[in-house]
Every structure is written in C-alpha cells, then in structure tokens.
Design a protein around this ligand. Sequence first.
Ligand SMILES: [Zn+2]
Length: 359
Amino acid sequence: MGDVTRCKRCILPDTYPDIQFDRNGVCNFCSGESSNKNAPKKSLGRQELDKIIRTHKGKSKKYDVIVGLSGGKDSSYVAYYLKKEYDVKILGLNYDVGYRSTYAIQNLEILADKLEIDLLTLRPNRAFLNKLFAHFLRNRGEFCSVCNNFGYLIGASLSWNQKLSLGFSPLMVGGWSKEYEFQHGVSVTSMQYFFENLTQELLEELMFQPFVEKEVVLRFMQLKDPRQAQIGTKEHKELGDYAMDFIQLPDYVEWDLREMPHILSEKLGWKHPPDVHESHFDCSLFPLKEYLKFKKYGLTQETIKNSVLIRQGLMTREEALERMSFEQTTEPEVLDAFLHELGITKNDIDWQAEWSRFA
Ligand SMILES: [Zn+2]
C-alpha cells in the first residue's frame, strides 16, 4: 500500500482504471473532466416525483409501488420516505441468496411492521445460485454480477406479473444517480457482460426458474445495461409493457448518506452493527466483494464512495484516509465457507480476469 499515489483531493489511487492526475495531483474525477455520460442531466426534483406518484397512486387495487428492500440504509430510507411523504401502498421485494445478515433481517421486519409494508422475500434455488456463483468466480473472478442481474430480472418479472408499473430503489442496478458514482471499469453490473458470460445451459436454466419470466429475460437481454431501462430513454419505450417507471430516489430528493442511519434509528428503531461503518452490512458476502475488488484494482467500493463524499463536501480527506483502516484489504473469513459451499477452491478463481468495461 505504501507506494500507491492518491489524488490530492479525494483518495482514489493510481490503480483505478482510466484515472489521470493533473499537475497538481488532482484526479480527472475531481476536476470534472471525466463526468459520466449516464449521469442525470438535470436535477429532477421533488415536483417531478410528485407528478410521477400522482400518476401511479391508486392505479392498482393492490399496490402503488414496488420497492427493492435489503434492510440496509439506502433501501430502508426509500421505503420510509415514500410512506412518510406519499403514504403509498408498498410491495417490498427482498432478494435472498442465503447471505443476509441478522441485522438486515431484523431491519426488514421492523420496516414491514412499522411502515405496514407487505414484504415478499424471494429465495432462488440454492443449487442453481451456487452454479452461477461458481461459474462467474471461475471465469471472471467475481460473483456480484449474479445478484445484480438475476435479482434485477426477478424484480422485473415480478412487477410485470403484478402489473405494477412504478418501482423504486436507491439505485438501479448498474445505476448512476447524482449521489452515487458509477464505478467506471470496476463494475460488474452490466447486462451485456452478464449474458455474454453465461453458458447456453445456464441461460436456459435461468429462464426456467419459477420467479423468472422467459419473455422478460428475452426483452432485457437486448439491453447493454439495466440503466437503459430508465424512464425517458429510447430503450424504456422499446421495452413497452415490460418496462416499469423505475425511480432512483436520490435523483429526486435530498440524499444525505450520513444523516440517514440516524433518522432511521430514531424513527423506526432500525439498527446497524456497532463495530462497522453503516455500509453494506446487509450482505455477509460484502467483505469478499471488497476483497476481490481490492486484489484486482487496488481499491474498494468504500474508497470510491468516500471519494464521492469528499467531492460533495460531506467528508474530509483526513477522515476518509482514517476510515480506510475499516476497508477489507485482507482475505475475509467468509471466503473459505463460501468456496466450500460452491465446491470450488481458491485456485479455481480467475484472479486476473478483467471485469466489465461496458459503461
Ligand atoms: Zn480525486
């Protein structure tokens, strides 16, 4: 770690793909030279959100909106905000791949009870999931693209089945909202990447999963990236009935990452583990995701996130450097158990494979 050069303003290292430093040592992400073309062009604002919700509220007898829920702070805040501000009928969708933390499960129960949400937890077939995880670890040295895409397709299939046309999350899979930076070059969220790396056999098996609609999969296979299904895009129109109006809430309302855990604790009794920062405790494989990213690219998602917070003036560079001691840069305990479950070894993992370059 000693020889890493970091941006003088944020903490991004020189190992981050496509990073460049100017003569003052400031990176192209800080100087704005590398602005993301998928970022929302304008601040969409609360009025726009009012309009969208008015259009959908009361349209269906059962639910007004579907919200993806993990029990983590961002998705919990989405549900809290929608209930408080709009009193909508929410169908909460929780995707369980067998690695939810006890904190996450407790938070889900709290949300369902206190906000009066119908909560649907879908747990895909274990053997099939393991096959997918093992396949991606062997071939690409990562496993998160499985949840990113399979989970997305399950959500899209469910909303299509329920005839629900409005969906919410803090961040669409592969998303870029004004509060979250798309992780250029180190992301495994693209659909094109996922489908290109699936074998024919795995694809067929995927389409036969009970929560998955084959037609929905075939439609979404035509997208490069789930972001293309976002409201107002050409692809959103082409998806026709298969598309829903998918809202990334941070694009529309104030999103104070540091305040949210306090608000949720105070209003709902929501909890996060005391010994870690409040990020991503919802999935117990998160430390492994971070470790794989660190091994390959010399940085973790926390480094990227905290760099964004510095740019927004919500964190000092000193604090971000201090918080790096929390980051998962050594082999996490969960690795051995996970590999054992999948029936593969560390030697089977492709540690060198580059991840998605679609952006
Ligand atoms: Zn920077």
